[in-house]
Design a protein around this ligand. Structure first.
Ligand SMILES: Cc1cc2nc3c(=O)[nH]c(=O)nc-3n(C[C@H](O)[C@H](O)[C@H](O)COP(=O)(O)O)c2cc1C
Length: 278
């Protein structure tokens, strides 16, 4: 599966076959990929693996009794920050989403979890060094393909509206914030990249990202400070651009006081980064 197809096919899987751990060779391949992945800040996040349904169950919190929103994952990828900083969270989104997409290519199910897990227990499971923070986990395993489990996974996705995305015309502006942008008058590669950015997962499917197209650059801002979601969408842009034969590079400008007025950002928006095509 190529990376664009992985972006198109990835969905959050919330019910796993707990009796089917991922094969050692596949896990090794995925963790080697995680260790070599490109970072976007020098606050490098690291990714650790926890295996065993009993261990993952202790980390994931439940809603009623033993009923979990994300059920029976045989593995969790734990996203570890070197310290609690927005830039480290941005890096985590950027790196861990690349691993999520690689897992999708390998035929595995995933689900980002930043709400319903216990950070202390996740930290204990991966032996945090002083200052490190377990900032999110990703469930990993084979999806349950039938019966209640499949229904559960689909029903929760429907409930949180996970299948919906805002139209590009709502999240992309031409030149300055608020200026109408239309795919018709734009470079077709840029439109394809933005289409794949739009498919990125985000917490509660809030899709906080907004793009301002400035000549050949793409400016990313978020409507609230959401660094993990921002990092995730940055990974989609970088990977899609490279896959479409026009690689480019992100420069992080989190909270940059010059970028905000240049793009006419409203006070509630946070400037994040600029993507320049080579
Ligand atoms: C940073 C982040 C945190 C998330 N936290 C949770 C969570 O705690 N529980 C959950 O069930 N889903 C969680 N999700 C999954 C989102 O709800 C999901 O990505 C979104 O609804 C879009 O659906 P899709 O991933 O199926 O395309 C999270 C996603 C992201 C990116």
């Amino acid at each position: 599966m190529d990376i664009l197809t992985a972006m198109q096919q990835r969905v959050s899987v919330r019910s796993y076959d707990g009796s089917r751990p991922v094969e050692r060779a596949l896990l090794d391949r995925l963790m080697a990929y995680a260790g070599a992945v490109e970072h976007v800040t020098d606050m490098c996040a690291r990714i650790a693996l926890v295996s065993g349904v009993e261990r993952t169950r202790r980390i994931l919190t439940t809603i009623v009794g033993s009923y979990g929103l994300v059920q029976n994952p045989p593995h969790l990828l734990v996203g570890v920050l070197p310290e609690e900083r927005h830039l480290a969270r941005l890096d985590l989104g950027y790196t861990l989403e690349q691993v999520v997409l690689e897992a999708t290519r390998l035929g595995l199910g995933t689900c980002w979890i930043a709400g319903s897990y216990n950070p202390e227990r996740a930290g204990d499971a991966v032996n945090l060094a002083a200052g490190e923070v377990a900032a999110a986990v990703v469930a990993l395993g084979y999806p349950v393909e039938q019966g209640w489990g499949r229904f559960h996974s689909r029903a929760v996705r429907q409930l949180v509206g996970g299948h919906k995305r805002k139209p590009l015309t709502e999240i992309v502006f031409a030149g300055r914030w608020g200026e109408h942008w239309s795919p018709g008058g734009s470079d077709s590669t840029m439109v394809a990249v933005l289409e794949h950015a739009r498919l990125a997962p985000s917490a509660v499917n809030r899709q906080p990202w907004r793009f301002v197209v400035q000549s050949k650059d793409l400016v990313l801002a978020t409507v609230r400070p959401a660094p993990i979601d921002a990092g995730i969408v940055m990974a989609h842009v970088a990977l899609a651009s490279a896959a479409l034969g026009q690689p480019g590079r992100w420069t992080v400008r989190w909270g940059d006081e010059h970028l905000a007025p240049e793009c006419g950002l409203p006070p509630e928006a946070t400037p994040v980064a600029v993507f320049a095509w080579a």
